[in-house]
Design a protein. Structure first.
Length: 103
């Protein structure tokens, strides 16, 4: 069994930072960055779960839902990862998105 704790911690940390961010920060770039990350994590999870299916795109539910969207997508991905390398790659994606979001 793969330890996905680093991924869930990184996702939860980013989500907490988004929830604490002022609306102006969300409007500038943070929410868009979070949505992009949520979509990427969701696609990765879907490809692992069903490689033959076309991945569905996570909808834009608005800037105030961005934290919830990355939480859901990140925890879903954590459930299907099978190697430490996959976990490390996902954590890298989360950390880079958080830095670009400026939160």
């Amino acid at each position: 069994m793969v330890d996905t704790t680093p991924l869930t911690r990184a996702v939860d940390h980013f989500a907490d930072r988004l929830r604490a961010a002022p609306q102006s920060r969300l409007q500038r770039s943070a929410a868009a960055e979070a949505l992009g990350l949520a979509r990427e994590l969701a696609v990765r999870a879907q490809r692992i779960e069903d490689p033959s299916a076309e991945p569905r795109q996570m909808p834009d539910a608005g800037m105030f839902a961005a934290a919830d969207q990355i939480t859901v997508a990140g925890h879903d991905l954590a459930l299907v990862l099978t190697s430490e390398a996959e976990v490390a790659e996902a954590v890298r994606l989360v950390d880079e998105a958080r830095q670009r979001a400026g939160v």
